[in-house]
Design a binder for this molecule. Structure first.
Ligand code: ADP
Ligand code: ADP
Ligand code: MG
Length: 681
C-alpha cells in the first residue's frame, strides 16, 4: 500500500479522500490555489503545496505543477477526485510517465469513454443497449436535422465532449432544430473546445439510473448496484438514492451485467459509473439504455457506501496499489436505503443562479463525519444514519471560481420512508447564513408527493414547481412575532434585567407601544407591540393579533419558543446586520425564512429611483451580448449571457428601453455588481 498520496482536488471530495487515507495510515498532500489558502482541505491533509492562482486553469488544472508537487513531497500516487483533472487522459499518462500511480483507470479507458459519440460506437460493439440516435462523425447540419427527423421528436442534441449537464438541448419540433443546434454548438465550443454533437431520442418519462462498477488490474469486475439520480435541475443531479425504487432483481442484474460489459470493453480498472437512461412506458415496462460512462469516483458515491457498508475510496487505493478487488459479486449485499442531498450556494427561486458570499453561520446536523461505515456483518452492517461530507468551515468565503456545491448530506435508513424522514430532519438542522442555499428547496422536494411516493423521473422538479418554488414555510405573522421576540430577548440580555424589573423598566420609560417596520419577501410589513398593564404583551401583525409569549429554550441550538395568535414556533434566529437594516434568519422544523427589520431613520432620504443600470449578479465572464447599442428592447428580453460557477446565466431587461452602451466585450471577466450595459428606460 502507498505511504503517501497527493490529492489533486479541493472542497468536500479532497477532505473525503483524505479521511480514508488517514484511516489507512496513508499520509496526504493537499494542493491549493490562492483562493483556497486557508481552505478546509488544506488543514485536513498532512502537508499542502501552493500551486497557483485562484482560477482553475492557474492551479487545479496545471498538471505539471501538481506532478512536481507530488515529486517534491515524495507522494507515490495521485488521487484526482472528480471534476478538474479526473477525466483527463493526458494527466493520467503524465503521472505514469513521472513514475507516479494515477488513482483511476488507465489513460486508454478514459480516452475511450471521453467522447460520448465514440464511446457509443464502442458500446454498440460490446452489445450494450443504446438510446436510438445518431453518433456519427459527419456533422453537416442538414444531415443532423435529417437524423433527428428519422429518430422522431422530441430529440436531445448533446455535445459529445460534454459533461456536468452542459451542452444539451431538447428539441420538440423540427422547426426548432436549427436554432437549438447552433446554441448547443456555441456552448460546446466555449465549454469543451469541441463542437461535435450527437442526437438522441428523448426518452419518455426518463429516469437516470446508474451502476457503480469496479475493476482491478487482474481482470476482475463487480457492480455495486444502482443509484437513482432522476431528480435533476438543468440536467444536473440534486438528490440521489440507492437502491432505485421499483428496481426488480432481474433488471438490476441485467443492468449490472451491461455495466460490467461496458467496463470490460475498455479494460477498465478502478471505480467507474455507467449511466443509463431508463424509459418508463405507459404499460409500466422499463427499458434501459447506455448514456455515458464516468471514469472516476462520482459525487454521489456515498449512497452506495451507505447501502453496501463499503468504503469506495479504500477500494480505489487498494486496486491502484495492485491488490485484487476485496469482494466478489456474490459477496455484495444491499442493506436498507440511502439518499444524498447536494447542498449548493444558489438561489432555486431565481433559476438556480449560483451565489457567492461568506458563510457567517454554518451549522450542519450532528453526524459522524465521513467514514467508516460499519463493515458488512451478520447484523446487516447498518450504515450511519447521517453523514455529512463538506469542504467548508464557518467564516469561509464562497468564491466564484469553483463549483457551487458546498456539502453533501447523506442519510441511511432501513426503508426509504425512514431515510426520507431522516433527510428532512437533517435538512431542518442545516443552518447557513451569509449566502443563499438550496436547503429549504431540498426540503420542499423531499416532501413533494412525487418524491415521497417515489414517482421519479427527470421532470420531477418541473412537475412539482407549485410546491417547490417561491414557497413561504412560516408566514408573515409568525415570522414577525419571532423577530420581535428575538429583539426583545436581545434587549433583555443587554440590559441584564430579569423579567420583572424589565417590565417595570418599560413602565418607567413610559413606553406602552412600539412599532417594528419589516420587509418580508420584498413587501413592507409592520408589527405593533403593546405592553399591557399586567405585563403581558399584545402583538398586531396586519390582520393577525393576539398575546405574544416567548422564552429561550435552553438547548445547544440556541432556539427560542414563540407563541402567538394560536400558533407555536421553536426557532433559532441569526441576525445579520448591515448599516441600513437587520436581517433575521429564522430556522425551524417547519422551515427557514428571513425577515428584514428596517431602521426607518437610517433609511430617511434614501430613494430607490429606477435607473438604467444593469449589473452583473455575480462575478463571472461575459459570454455574449444579445443586443447592440440603439436596440429597442422589451421587458424580460435577453440582453447578455454570463458564465459563472460552470453555468450560463441570462441577464434580462428589467423594463422596456433602449440600449445606450455596452460596457464590456465577450470574454471579459467582470466583478459582482459591475455595470454591464446602460439602458434608457
Ligand atoms: P456526478 O456525475 O459525479 O454526479 P455531476 O455531473 O453532477 O457529477 O457534476 C458535474 C461535474 O462537476 C462533474 O464532472 C464533477 O466532477 C464536477 N463537480 C461537481 N461538484 C464538484 C465540486 N464540489 N468540486 C469540484 N468538482 C465538482
Ligand atoms: P453529462 O455528461 O452532462 O452528465 P449525460 O449524457 O449523462 O450528460 O446526461 C445528463 C442528463 O440529461 C441525464 O441524467 C438525463 O437527465 C438527461 N438525458 C440524457 N440523455 C437523455 C435522453 N436520451 N432522454 C432523456 N433525457 C436524457
Ligand atoms: Mg452524466
Amino acid at each position: 500500500m502507498f505511504k503517501k498520496i497527493l490529492i489533486a482536488n479541493r472542497g468536500e471530495i479532497a477532505c473525503r479522500v483524505a479521511a480514508t487515507a488517514r484511516r489507512m495510515a496513508i499520509k496526504t498532500v493537499a494542493v491549493y490555489s490562492d483562493a483556497d489558502d486557508s481552505a478546509r482541505h488544506v488543514r485536513f491533509c498532512d502537508e499542502a503545496v501552493h500551486i497557483g492562482g485562484s482560477a482553475p486553469k492557474d492551479s487545479y488544472l496545471r498538471w505539471e505543477r501538481i506532478i512536481a508537487a507530488a515529486k517534491a513531497t515524495g507522494a507515490q500516487a495521485i488521487h484526482p477526485g472528480y471534476g478538474f483533472l479526473s477525466e483527463n487522459e493526458e494527466f493520467a499518462q503524465a503521472c505514469l510517465d513521472a513514475g507516479l500511480v494515477f488513482i483511476g483507470p488507465p489513460a486508454s479507458a478514459i480516452k475511450a469513454m471521453g467522447l460520448k459519440a465514440e464511446s457509443k460506437q464502442l458500446m454498440e460493439k460490446a452489445g450494450v443497449p443504446l438510446v436510438p440516435g445518431y453518433h456519427g462523425s459527419d456533422q453537416a447540419p442538414a444531415l443532423l436535422q435529417r437524423e433527428a427527423d428519422r429518430i422522431g421528436y422530441p430529440v436531445l442534441i448533446k455535445a459529445s465532449a460534454g459533461g456536468g449537464g452542459k451542452g444539451m438541448r431538447a428539441v420538440s419540433r423540427p422547426e426548432d432544430f436549427d436554432a437549438a443546434l447552433a446554441s448547443c454548438k456555441r456552448e460546446a465550443i466555449t465549454s469543451f473546445g469541441d463542437d461535435a454533437v450527437l442526437v438522441e431520442k428523448y426518452a419518455q418519462r426518463p429516469r437516470h439510473i446508474e451502476i457503480q462498477v469496479f475493476g482491478d488490474s487482474h481482470g476482475n469486475y463487480v457492480y455495486l448496484f444502482e443509484r437513482d439520480c432522476s431528480v435533476q435541475r438543468r440536467h444536473q443531479k440534486v438528490l440521489e438514492e440507492a437502491p432505485a425504487p421499483g428496481m426488480t432483481p432481474a433488471m438490476r442484474e441485467q443492468m449490472g451485467q451491461a455495466a460490467v460489459a461496458a467496463a470490460r470493453a475498455v479494460n477498465y480498472v478502478g471505480a467507474g459509473t455507467v449511466e443509463f437512461i431508463v424509459e418508463q412506458r405507459a404499460d409500466g415496462s422499463m427499458n434501459f439504455f447506455f448514456m455515458e460512462m464516468n471514469t472516476r469516483l462520482q459525487v454521489e458515491h456515498p449512497v452506495t457506501e451507505a447501502i453496501t457498508g463499503l468504503d469506495l475510496v479504500e477500494w480505489q487505493l487498494r486496486v491502484a496499489s495492485g491488490e485484487p478487488l476485496p469482494l466478489r459479486q456474490e459477496q455484495l449485499r444491499i442493506n436498507g436505503h440511502a439518499i444524498e442531498a447536494r447542498i449548493c450556494a444558489e438561489n432555486p427561486d431565481n433559476n438556480f443562479l449560483p451565489v457567492t458570499g461568506t458563510l457567517q453561520v454554518l451549522r450542519l446536523p450532528p453526524c459522524v463525519a465521513f467514514l467508516p461505515p460499519l463493515p458488512q456483518g451478520e447484523d446487516g452492517g447498518r450504515g450511519q444514519p447521517i453523514r455529512v461530507d463538506s469542504g467548508i468551515r464557518e467564516g469561509d468565503a464562497v468564491s466564484p471560481f469553483y463549483d457551487s456545491m458546498l456539502a453533501k448530506l447523506i442519510v441511511h435508513g432501513q426503508t426509504r420512508e425512514e431515510a426520507l424522514a431522516r433527510l428532512d430532519a437533517a435538512l431542518a438542522q442545516t443552518r447557513i447564513v451569509g449566502l443563499n442555499t438550496n436547503v429549504q428547496f431540498l426540503r420542499y422536494v423531499v416532501r413533494s408527493s412525487s418524491f415521497a411516493q417515489a414517482n421519479l423521473d427527470t421532470a420531477l422538479i418541473q412537475r412539482e414547481e407549485t410546491v417547490v418554488f417561491n414557497q413561504e414555510p412560516i408566514g408573515l405573522a409568525m415570522t414577525a412575532a419571532t423577530a420581535v421576540a428575538q429583539a426583545l430577548l436581545g434587549e433583555q440580555a443587554s440590559e441584564g434585567a430579569d423579567p420583572f424589573s424589565r417590565r417595570d423598566g418599560w413602565q418607567l420609560h413610559g413606553v406602552t407601544q412600539r412599532r417594528f417596520e419589516f420587509e418580508f419577501h420584498g413587501e413592507p410589513a409592520r408589527a405593533d407591540l403593546r405592553y399591557l398593564h399586567d405585563g403581558a404583551l399584545w402583538l398586531e401583525v396586519g390582520e393577525v393579533s393576539g398575546p405574544l409569549v416567548f422564552s429561550r429554550v435552553e438547548d445547544a441550538q440556541g432556539n427560542i419558543d414563540v407563541h402567538f395568535a394560536g400558533q407555536r414556533l421553536t426557532a433559532a434566529v441569526y441576525r445579520q446586520s448591515s448599516q441600513l437594516d437587520e436581517v433575521d434568519h429564522v430556522f425551524s422544523e417547519r422551515g427557514a425564512t428571513q425577515i428584514t427589520t428596517i431602521d426607518s431613520l437610517a433609511h430617511a432620504g434614501q430613494s430607490h429611483a429606477e435607473t438604467g443600470r444593469l449589473t452583473a449578479p455575480m462575478p463571472g465572464k461575459v459570454v455574449s451580448f444579445a443586443v447592440s447599442v440603439g436596440d429597442k428592447v422589451g421587458k424580460g428580453q435577453t440582453l447578455a449571457v454570463m458564465e459563472a460557477m460552470k453555468m450560463e446565466h441570462t441577464i434580462a431587461a428589467p423594463a422596456d428601453g433602449i440600449v445606450q452602451e455596452l460596457l464590456y466585450s465577450p470574454g471579459d471577466q467582470v466583478a459582482e455588481g459591475a455595470e454591464l450595459l446602460k439602458m434608457a428606460l
